[in-house]
Design a protein around this ligand. Structure first.
Ligand SMILES: Nc1ncnc2c1ncn2[C@@H]1O[C@H](COP(=O)(O)OP(=O)(O)OP(=O)(O)O)[C@@H](O)[C@H]1O
Length: 338
């Protein structure tokens, strides 16, 4: 394990019966970075986090967390990390301070240290005035702030956050993201799972895109987006008020088109390869009698990166059978066949 790495993962896998949830992944997390795991529902993000937090035993491979072997030194791993789980574990009848004391005692924190840490952390999230108020009187955002600081009680060097803003309103989401940035600025390594592209991009220094249990790309958000550009890909959005299945079908059939998404009845988003891609798509739409009321070429987003690599949108993965397809060489190593 090198000095710069907070985490080293080698060929880590997790199977449930015949099903492989995490498939032979390897990566490093640098000290003091925010490392994002981005992928659709069921991609294997939570299972990976659960293994790295010692909550699930790997089926294969190995990992070091804070220099400790995940399996042989599981107790040391546990002592050196914090976990913000999607599910908040908090006692409604207890106050914030009582909840935090309860968890601090589980870690056998000395009382004076615990009390000063509780005050410090409540101050960090601007909730000192709520210290002695029962959790049941808190808003969801306030609860999540307590949930986050609970994981910071023991001053862990690494904090894992599984979908930390899931289900929160936009304003609370922003405040939790700000909190995560602050925690990281104080020197804590943050590992974050999310299926929100914007969140991965806004927070992470590097992002691992995970699909079907495999890491299909890993780099800074800027470099990931460059992949799309360097592959001579253009991402085109268009609005066609008289959209028909034939128009869509003919665009998909163009050999320059590598991915096609139709988020609603009139709007399409197409990834095309080569300098003529844009013109050929317009020609195809016009040939089929389509009226184009808006057309843009977009700066690629992480969604486009996912689309370009897997040929699917994250939404397709999560909600419905594949409606897009991928042809031609991809911009990054293709995931191996399942
Ligand atoms: N205990 C388990 N037994 C069987 N299958 C499981 C178990 N835990 C997870 N899985 C399966 O493993 C796959 C990966 O799940 P995981 O929760 O890691 O995905 P995820 O990327 O975190 O997505 P989500 O955001 O939906 O939780 C899913 O298909 C899930 O159904």
């Amino acid at each position: 394990m090198t000095e710069d790495h907070a985490i080293e993962v080698r060929s880590l896998s997790k199977t449930f019966g015949d099903f492989t949830a995490v498939d032979n992944i390897s990566f490093n997390v640098n000290k003091k970075e925010i490392f994002g795991f981005l992928g659709p529902n069921g991609a294997g993000k939570s299972t990976t986090i659960r293994m790295l937090c010692t909550l699930a035993r790997p089926s294969g491979g190995e990992a070091k967390v804070n220099g400790y072997d995940l399996v042989r030194e599981a107790d040391h791993v546990r002592e050196s990390i914090g976990l913000v789980s999607e599910k908040m574990i908090m006692y409604e009848q207890l106050t914030a301070a009582e909840n935090l004391r309860f968890f601090g005692n589980l870690y056998q924190m000395p009382r004076p240290k615990l009390e000063s840490r509780i005050d410090e952390l409540l101050g960090l999230v601007n909730m000192s005035d709520w210290k002695d108020t029962q959790i049941k009187k808190y808003s969801t955002g306030m609860r999540q702030r307590i949930n986050v600081i609970r994981a910071l009680l023991t001053e862990p060097k690494i904090i894992f956050m599984d979908e930390p803003t899931l289900g929160l309103d936009p304003q609370t989401t922003l405040s939790i993201r700000e909190l995560i940035r602050g925690i990281n600025k104080n020197g804590t390594t943050v590992i974050l799972t999310t299926h929100a592209m914007i969140e991965a991009e806004a927070l992470s220094h590097r992002v691992a895109i995970i699909d079907h249990g495999r890491i299909v790309a890993l780099d800074t958000p800027a470099n990931l987006k460059k992949l799309v550009k360097e592959a001579d890909m253009t991402v085109i959005s268009a609005r066609i008020p008289n959209m028909t299945p034939a128009i869509a079908g003919h665009i998909k059939a163009l050999d320059c088109v590598t991915a096609f998404d139709q988020p609603d009845a009139y709007d399409i988003k197409v990834s095309a390869r080569g300098s003529e891609g844009f013109d050929r798509i317009i020609d195809s739409i016009r040939h089929d009698g389509g009226n184009i009321t808006m057309i843009n070429t977009n700066e690629p987003t992480l969604e486009d990166v996912f689309l370009s690599i897997t040929g699917k949108t994250m939404r397709d993965q999560a909600e419905k059978p594949k409606v897009t397809r991928h042809r031609g060489p991809s911009i990054a190593p293709r995931p191996r066949g399942r």
